[in-house]
Design a protein around this ligand. Structure first.
Ligand SMILES: [Fe+2]
Ligand SMILES: [Fe+2]
Length: 169
């Protein structure tokens, strides 16, 4: 059984969202790298790879069940970056939007009694809880250590640790 038109549209939009996230994180990784935030750069490079994996998960899911995924252009990542904290805040906001979108897909799956997509999306629900938590924790660090140069150095070091943890998983 193929996906409904509405579900196909929603999943295609989710592919664009994941792809947008991947390119946003790549842009931020690059900014961090040239700014001298090595820990944050490695965190965001890893994050960009992860988002690409999320995108591929949906592409494979759709293709496997016989509804070809539609690959559209993604939007250009932010160019006027002001601070590491600003990036983390924007990342959290973006992740919250992704979470909402995933929940909408699940609501649609329930409405359509599309058990298959409902089950498939559960992985994303858990993933979003982790992602929001990760960015929340980094933001909290700024509250704890402050925002002077030494404090940002600490946050950068902390982010490096998260990056390597993800790599090992
Ligand atoms: Fe994602
Ligand atoms: Fe994400």
């Amino acid at each position: 059984m193929k996906l409904s038109d509405e579900m196909r549209k929603s999943l295609n939009e989710q592919i664009v969202m994941e792809s947008d996230a991947s390119s946003f994180y790549l842009g931020m990784a690059s900014w961090c790298e040239v700014t001298g935030y090595e820990g944050a750069a490695s965190f965001f490079y890893a994050q960009s790879d992860e988002e690409r994996q999320h995108m591929l998960k949906i592409v494979h899911y759709m293709n496997r069940i016989g509804t070809m995924a539609d690959i559209s252009a993604c939007s250009e990542p932010k160019k006027d970056v002001k601070s590491l904290e600003e990036i983390i805040r924007t990342s959290l906001e973006n992740e919250q939007k992704v979470t909402q979108s995933i929940h909408q897909i699940i609501t649609l799956a329930e409405k359509e009694r599309d058990r298959r997509t409902f089950d498939f999306m559960q992985w994303f629900v858990k993933e979003q809880i982790e992602e929001e938590e990760t960015f929340d924790n980094i933001l909290q660090k700024f509250e704890v250590v402050g925002r002077d140069k030494l404090a940002i150095y600490e946050v950068d070091k902390y982010m490096n640790g998260i990056g390597s943890k993800q790599d090992k998983e």
